[in-house]
Design a protein around this ligand. Structure first.
Ligand code: 13P
Ligand code: SF4
Length: 318
């Protein structure tokens, strides 16, 4: 455990190394508070990929999980992309590989493939469109209604989009994120009973989402609900006049919510909703990343060229 003086020195050194390397630090909304505070940009998957695509920095140090750093490397092939811990993976991205996708495509040869950004470069390379939690609905709506869709890999996001768009010809891969899948509808209803004036901010990867929305029909008082990406949650909380919010997603988001809205009360659905992969990135590892130029995330050119197309199609829609 570092004392305050040691931590302050570490932060100063990170800033100096960042300048020396002409690097930019990008951090996801689930990173620990100290990493969010030192980052040049903090955001959701969509915002981070947009930043990666437009940055002029020579090096991108990606404080997030591996598929996010890989997306940055795909979008900025001339930049050096570093991740402070190569083990920072994602259970959702691990739920489908390129062979499984190719086999699924063979069963539906005319289908359009929409892959959530939480996928490997190999899976993106087999896809027609990429999407994030912030734009999945719009991407599906942008595809001609007569086209069959293969949506992957998140079943909760997929079933929510299917329900909202009323699209019948959409097949959904049965993948899930172990953190969000654990959120049950009873957890939401109980928290809202405890905080009856609270608005609900809920991530579409949550296992509780579709059953909970079904319950809404019988509970007209449970109306103040916002289904959103992590960045969408920040925007909704900043804009709302409500004073209390129940937050159904990984707990790292609370840092920014509280920082940007110090007078408002944010109640996590369950404090143990923690993504251990996101929490692998620490100040020490960020320091080492900048000082030792580790760990490079390299996507081989032919693969990157194929994986870039679905991401660029997504970015061009927004
Ligand atoms: P966002 O794009 O909403 O930040 O979500 C990324 C993610 O990994 C959620 O678990
Ligand atoms: Fe992946 Fe879930 Fe962690 Fe998001 S919270 S990075 S989907 S394991």
């Amino acid at each position: 455990m570092k004392n305050l003086a040691e931590k302050t020195r570490l932060i100063e050194e990170i800033k100096e190394l960042k300048e020396k390397r002409q690097a930019v630090i990008l951090a996801h909304n689930y990173q620990i508070g100290e990493i969010q505070d030192i980052a040049d940009f903090v955001g959701d998957s969509l915002g981070l990929s947009q930043q990666a695509a437009k940055t002029e920095a020579k090096t991108i140090v990606f404080c997030g999980v591996h598929f996010m750093a890989e997306t940055a490397a795909i979008l900025s092939p001339s930049k050096r992309v570093l991740i402070p811990d190569l083990e920072a993976g994602c259970s959702l991205a691990a739920s489908i590989n390129a062979d499984q996708l190719r086999a699924w495509k063979k069963e539906h040869p005319r289908a359009v493939v929409v892959s959530y950004v939480n996928t490997t470069a190999e899976v993106k390379a087999e896809s027609d469109y990429c999407c994030t939690s912030g734009n999945a609905m719009k991407i599906v709506q942008a595809i001609s209604k007569d086209k069959e869709i293969l949506f992957l890999p998140d079943m909760f996001l997929g079933s929510w989009v299917k329900k909202q768009t009323g699209r019948q010809n959409m097949h959904i891969w049965m993948g899930e994120c172990h953190v969000h899948a654990a959120m049950r509808p009873e957890m939401v209803t109980e928290k809202l009973k405890e905080y009856p004036k609270a608005e609900l901010l809920i991530h579409p990867e949550c296992g509780c989402l579709t059953p909970f929305l079904d319950q809404l029909a019988d509970n007209p008082e449970l109306k103040a609900i916002k289904v959103a990406s992590t960045e969408g949650m920040i925007k909704a909380a900043n804009k709302s006049t409500a004073q209390e919010f129940v937050v159904a997603t990984e707990e790292g988001i609370l840092h920014r919510l509280r920082k940007e809205n110090p007078a408002k009360n944010f109640i996590p659905i369950a404090p143990e909703m923690t993504c251990q992969f996101m929490k692998m990135i620490t100040l020490d590892k960020l320091h080492k990343s900048l000082s030792d130029d580790v760990y490079p995330v390299i996507v081989e050119k032919e693969l990157a060229d194929r994986a870039r197309l679905p991401i660029e199609r997504m970015i061009s829609i927004f």
